[in-house]
Write a protein that binds this ligand. Structure first.
Ligand SMILES: Nc1ncnc2c1ncn2[C@@H]1O[C@H](COP(=O)(O)OP(=O)(O)O)[C@@H](O)[C@H]1O
Ligand SMILES: [Mg+2]
Length: 510
């Protein structure tokens, strides 16, 4: 839904006598933008309230009727009404004011825990359900008492669309005119706006202003800065980690079968596929032994397809307020939708939506899981899901049923030629040339090792070489290999069980 469509949706709610609208966000700038845009057309006054300021005519309120000295008390802009800071006083005031307006109450939900305030609120809401006046509550985690939730509708503000981001960039450029040199071709602007997608307008203004003032220039080089900033912003939001395609250097050894599949699947994202009404690929699940490159595979897919990668931090979905995990999931998904086409990576899915977690938290993860399944089934956006799992027994069987994912892959311990690939990648990364190493010997010595264990042996050998001031070589790596007891030995039974379960049901990655 575009911003324009959300404005219309909001107007419809107001004109159809919805007395209470809940907007679950802390980004008041966006609520402000929505309300003023909606009220401009409708010629309605806007009041805003916060416990710190009290009630006042919103500085951006569109209606000009009450600007002279005959204006009713409080109707002039930017001036708080006396004695309206206390919620109960404010509500009584609104009830008596008796004119039609939008009353925007910031961070109001917690006050509704008080029985007297809740009652007064209901009376105002009741009055408003007969006219166009509306109470808008913004804030985060708006858990409402049941009797009030009954009268309320929830309203989602979408993240800004490219046109709005473009506007925000233009605003900043206008303000900084004379102070910075703008060197952006239409193509650069396109790339820049794309990079900004997923950020709010205020974040956009800040990052653009910073990028411009930092060196007095706004040019194509700033795209990288914007992407870095975005990664941080998204991380701070707390639900997703963002890996831009531009900085993704993942290198995956082996996995030939998966790589082949990805080659085919990529066609599914092309305009030709749309033309033939072929659906875009939905996603895959990669199940397998720990340390064998599942997480790395998720990064590699993003790299191969040159798409942004969003990693869902499943642990953080479980907000401390019970009942919010599905809301958090929805928020994360909304973010992903604005960045589509992209890859949504759910690492170790059994930990967030698994069966074992279901009992511990009163069915919370079950509900989240149900929500996830529906979303997976119905999502239309070009979001490709890559889920990974170590523990097959903890995954609800519904998830493994045909049609949920396009394919389920099984990752076993790497075979000889894959180990050669993996050794090559990790030795090469140490920048010392491969002439001191016999890959053949190392391949034999690492039989039964996971990719992670191979990497670890290579790293430790190089540390020792550095410490002993000599070049790393085969002998050093082999010594480290001999010192390692791999998981394939310490957890032999577990691995065997996983293998038997998975081999007959899933496609091998190689
Ligand atoms: N097939 C592989 N190719 C290259 N490196 C690998 C491979 N498998 C594992 N590794 C190394 O081991 C590390 C851990 O692997 P990871 O992808 O996190 O395993 P998993 O998610 O299966 O537990 C990777 O970051 C990588 O350095
Ligand atoms: Mg992993």
């Amino acid at each position: 839904m575009s911003f324009k469509a959300s404005v219309q949706h909001f107007q419809t709610l107001v004109t159809s006598f919805h007395p209470v609208v809940i907007i679950d966000t802390v980004e008041e700038e966006r609520v402000q933008g929505l309300i003023s845009a909606a009220c401009r057309d409708m010629q309605m006054a806007v009041f805003e309230w916060s416990i710190a300021q009290g009630l006042m005519r919103s500085p951006n309120s569109p209606d000009n009727r009450w600007q002279n000295e005959y204006a009713p008390p409080g109707a002039r802009r930017g001036q708080a009404l006396p004695k309206t800071a206390e919620p109960i006083d404010m509500l009584r005031h609104i009830q008596e004011m008796n004119f039609k307006a939008i009353f925007w109450l910031k961070d109001f939900a917690p006050h509704l825990k008080d029985a007297v305030i809740a009652r007064q609120f209901r009376e105002v809401a009741e009055q408003f359900s007969h006219n166009r006046s509306t109470l808008v509550i913004s804030g985060s985690g708006n858990t409402l008492p049941a009797e009030i939730a009954h009268d309320a509708v929830y309203f989602d503000i979408k993240l800004p669309e490219p046109e709005e981001l473009y506007e925000a960039v233009s605003d900043v450029v206008r303000v900084l005119k004379g102070r910075v040199k703008v060197e952006l071709s239409p193509e650069d602007i396109h790339v820049l706006v794309k990079a900004l997608q997923g950020m709010t307008l205020s974040q956009t203004r800040k990052v653009i202003a910073y990028a411009a003032l930092h060196d007095g220039k706004l040019n194509a080089d700033d795209v990288k800065r914007v992407l870095e900033r975005k990664a941080r912003v998204i991380h701070e939001e707390g639900l997703l980690d963002y890996f831009p395609a531009e900085t993704n250097l993942a290198q995956l050894g082996g996995f030939e079968g998966l790589k082949r599949w990805l080659g085919y699947a990529k066609v599914g994202f092309t305009p030709q596929a749309r033309q033939y009404n072929l659906p875009a690929p939905k996603g895959i699940l990669i199940v397998g032994i720990q340390g064998c490159g599942k997480s790395l595979a998720a990064k590699t897919i993003a790299r191969q397809w040159q798409l942004p990668l969003l990693k869902l931090d499943a642990g953080r979905l479980y907000n401390k307020y019970v009942g919010e995990s599905d809301k958090n999931f929805r928020r994360a998904v909304t973010m992903a939708e604005t960045m589509a086409p992209c890859i949504l990576w759910i690492d170790e899915i059994e930990k967030s939506m698994g069966q074992s977690s279901g009992e511990a938290d009163g069915g919370l993860s079950r509900r989240l899981f149900g929500y996830f399944l529906t979303w997976l089934q119905e999502k239309s956006q070009e979001i490709f899901v890559v889920a990974t799992a170590n523990d097959l027994s903890a995954i609800p069987p519904e998830l493994l049923r045909k049609g949920r994912f396009d394919e389920i892959f099984f990752v076993d311990l790497p075979e000889a030629d894959e180990r050669r690939d993996i050794l090559h990648i990790h030795l090469d990364r140490r920048q010392q040339g491969l002439q001191n190493f016999s890959l053949e010997e190392l391949v034999v010595a690492t039989d039964g090792f996971s990719g992670a264990e191979i990497e670890q042996a290579v790293i430790t050998a190089h540390y020792r070489a550095l410490y002993e001031n000599r070049p790393a070589d085969t002998t050093l790596v082999i010594e480290e290999i001999k010192r390692t007891v791999p998981l394939s030995i310490t957890r032999r039974e577990d691995i065997q069980r996983l293998r038997t379960l998975a081999q007959e049901r899933f496609v091998a990655v190689r």
